[in-house]
Design a protein around this ligand. Structure first.
Ligand code: FPP
Length: 245
C-alpha cells in the first residue's frame, strides 16, 4: 500500500487500497428509469467502466477487478445477452489501443470457452498485447463465477494428488490461491458495489475473506470519479484487523 500517493492526477492524504473490486451493478435500473431498453443501460455502463478504469490507473491503483458477466448471466433474455456480447466485442476491439497510454495490463478472469470464436480471439489478443506493460492490472471478470473458479481449483489440485505430483498434507491456503484465476495477485482490499444491493453475487468468494465492502447508492452508469474518491475515503477510515485485535 502507498501512503500519500503521488500520481498523475492527484494526491491523497490517506492510504489507497492496492486492489479494488467493483460489481458494476444497476445498468438495467438506470435504463428503466429513462424508459430505455436494458441494452442502453449496459452501453452507459460501458462508458462508466472506461472512465473509472482510467481514473483508477491515474491515481495509482495497482489492481482493478470488474465484474462484467457472471456464469449466471447467461440466464438473461437472449436479446440482452446478445447486446452484451456485441458491447464486449466492440469494447475489446477499441481496448487494444485504448489503454496503451496508461500501460494497463488487461487480463480476463473466467472461462473463455463459451464465448464466440471472435470474442475469444479478441480476449487473447488483448491479454497477449498488454502482458509486458508495467501499469495497473485490469482483471475483467467475464463468464466468471467464484464457485466455478473454486471447483476448478479443487479439480486441478485433486488431479495433481492423483498423479502423485503433490501430497495431500502439503495442500495449504496458498495451494488453493495459486489455482485461482487471480493467482499471483493480492486479494482485493476493497470491494465496491454501486446500486445499493448488499450482495456478493458469486464474486471473488475466496479472495474477499478480508476485503472491506463499500455499498453505494448510485447506479453504475451514474458512478463518477468523485464517487470513487468517496469509496476510497470510506475505506481509508476502516480499521482492518484481519481477525486479530
Ligand atoms: C449488472 O447490472 C451489470 C451487468 C450484468 C453487465 C455489466 C457490464 C457492463 C458494465 C458493460 C461494460 C463491460 C465491459 C467489459 C465493456 P444489471 O443489468 O443487473 O442491473 P439491474 O440490477 O439494475 O437490472
Amino acid at each position: 500500500m502507498s501512503l500519500f500517493k503521488k500520481n498523475k492526477t492527484k494526491e491523497f492524504d490517506f492510504v489507497l487500497p492496492q486492489h479494488v473490486g467493483i460489481i458494476m451493478d444497476g445498468n438495467g435500473r438506470w435504463a428503466k428509469k429513462r424508459h430505455l431498453p436494458r441494452s442502453a443501460g449496459h452501453r452507459a455502463g460501458a462508458q462508466t467502466f472506461r472512465k473509472i478504469t482510467r481514473y483508477c490507473s491515474d491515481i495509482g491503483i495497482k489492481y482493478l477487478t470488474v465484474y462484467a458477466f457472471s456464469t449466471e448471466n447467461w440466464r438473461r433474455p437472449g436479446d440482452e445477452v446478445d447486446s452484451l456480447m456485441k458491447l464486449f466485442k466492440s469494447y475489446l476491439e477499441e481496448a487494444l489501443s485504448d489503454f496503451k497510454d496508461d500501460s494497463i495490463v488487461v487480463r480476463f478472469i473466467g472461462d473463455k470457452a463459451p464465448f464466440s470464436e471472435d470474442l475469444r480471439a479478441l480476449m487473447i489478443e488483448n491479454e497477449e498485447s498488454s502482458k509486458d506493460r508495467d501499469g495497473m492490472v485490469l482483471n475483467i471478470a467475464m463468464n466468471y463465477g467464484s464457485r466455478d473458479e473454486i471447483v476448478r481449483a479443487v479439480k486441478s489440485i485433486s488431479g495433481d494428488v492423483q498423479k502423485g505430483i503433490i501430497n495431500i498434507d502439503s495442500i495449504s491456503e496458498d495451494t488453493v490461491s495459486s489455482r485461482l484465476y487471480t493467482c499471483g495477485q493480492p486479494d482485493p482490499d476493497l470491494i465496491i458495489r454501486p446500486s445499493g444491493e448488499y450482495r456478493i453475487s458469486n464474486f471473488l468468494l475466496w479472495q474477499c475473506a478480508y476485503s472491506e465492502f463499500v455499498i453505494m447508492n448510485k447506479l453504475w452508469p451514474d458512478f463518477t470519479p468523485n464517487d470513487m474518491d468517496h469509496a476510497l475515503e470510506i475505506y481509508s477510515k476502516r480499521n482492518r484487523r484481519f481477525g486479530g485485535v
